[in-house]
Design a protein around this ligand. Structure first.
Ligand code: FAD
Length: 254
């Protein structure tokens, strides 16, 4: 690993696993592509419109926003960190914990950390689990902490990056130990992971209303699976079943 990526400084007893087909998804471009595809299949996309109430009936659902009331035969609920609030409207109380997470971009020596010569990575260390992506078009090296974090209310006031001492401290400590080549922080951000106790997703039909499908608890690693999750969820509400084995994600395990 030292020979292949001289930007890494690793203890002698570390081992690495290289996935040659791995990469980085440009998430905003992915979302734009999904929206365009949905529209081309007849979907209406309504943005900035909060769902205030959902009422489940035996043969359909009623959904209220501030502007409109919708009636539907079926429903997919995928509301990220807000799942506990929305699922409570559907009589479900699942062990989902919204956790504040931090990540930041660092000025990087492009010879060492550019995407042409450095991989996306995750590090399982005795001080925590960290992940990162190389500098892409001069973006800088991105580093985040995957484990730990503080439980928060997603509708409450969430401390910005740097308001807690450990925000920058954690990332600097990781870099200092494993990628020490003169890194200075550009800027940091926070986001929310909705965590399940076993860190596996919840993707299933509602236990009392089979015409409602639920996708929740992606525990910080769901984006790369968005396309297959979309396929599974549409199959669940159209035919009631999925050709994929989704037993790992069942609601009943909680
Ligand atoms: C810092 C960070 C790094 C990550 N890195 C990775 C990674 O490297 N790889 C990976 O695979 N995944 C990663 N993830 C996880 C990934 O982003 C999530 O798993 C994925 O976005 C979950 O999708 P979702 O649709 O369930 O939720 P979200 O993407 O959170 O979308 C939920 C949507 O529901 C909307 N919503 C909520 N309540 C309401 C309401 N009442 N009415 C209307 N709309 C509502 C929200 O506004 C939001 O747009 C990361 C997440 C974070 C925060």
């Amino acid at each position: 690993m030292h020979d292949r990526w001289p930007g890494m400084t690793l203890p002698e007893d570390y081992i690495g696993c290289y996935e040659s087909t791995s990469g980085v998804l440009k998430s905003e471009e992915c979302l734009r592509a999904y929206q365009q595809l949905a529209k081309s299949h007849g979907a209406d996309i309504i943005v900035n419109s909060e769902v205030r109430k959902i009422v489940a009936h035996s043969n359909g659902v009623t959904i209220k926003t501030d502007e409109e009331i919708f009636h539907s035969e079926s429903l997919v609920v995928a509301v990220g960190a807000w799942a506990p609030k929305i699922l409570a409207m559907l009589d479900l109380d699942l062990p989902l914990e919204p956790i504040r997470k931090t990540f930041a971009w660092f000025h990087a020596n492009e010879k060492l950390y550019n995407h042409n010569n450095f991989p996306a990575f995750t590090f399982d260390t005795s001080d925590g689990t960290y992940y990162g992506i190389p500098s892409i078009n001069g973006s800088g090296l991105k580093i985040g902490r995957h484990d730990g974090g503080k439980r928060i209310n997603p509708d409450g006031c969430i401390e910005g990056f740097g308001e807690l001492d450990e925000d920058e401290g954690d990332l600097m400590r990781f870099l200092g130990q494993y990628m020490p080549a003169d890194q200075k922080m550009k800027y940091g951000k926070t986001c929310i992971y909705p965590m399940t106790p076993d860190e596996h997703f919840i993707v299933d039909k509602h236990p009392y209303y089979p015409h409602i499908a639920i996708a929740a608890g992606f525990s910080g690693h769901g984006f790369k699976f968005s396309s297959v999750m979309g396929e599974i969820l549409s199959d669940l509400i159209i035919s009631g079943t999925s050709k994929e084995d989704i037993s790992l994600f069942s609601i009943n395990r909680f």
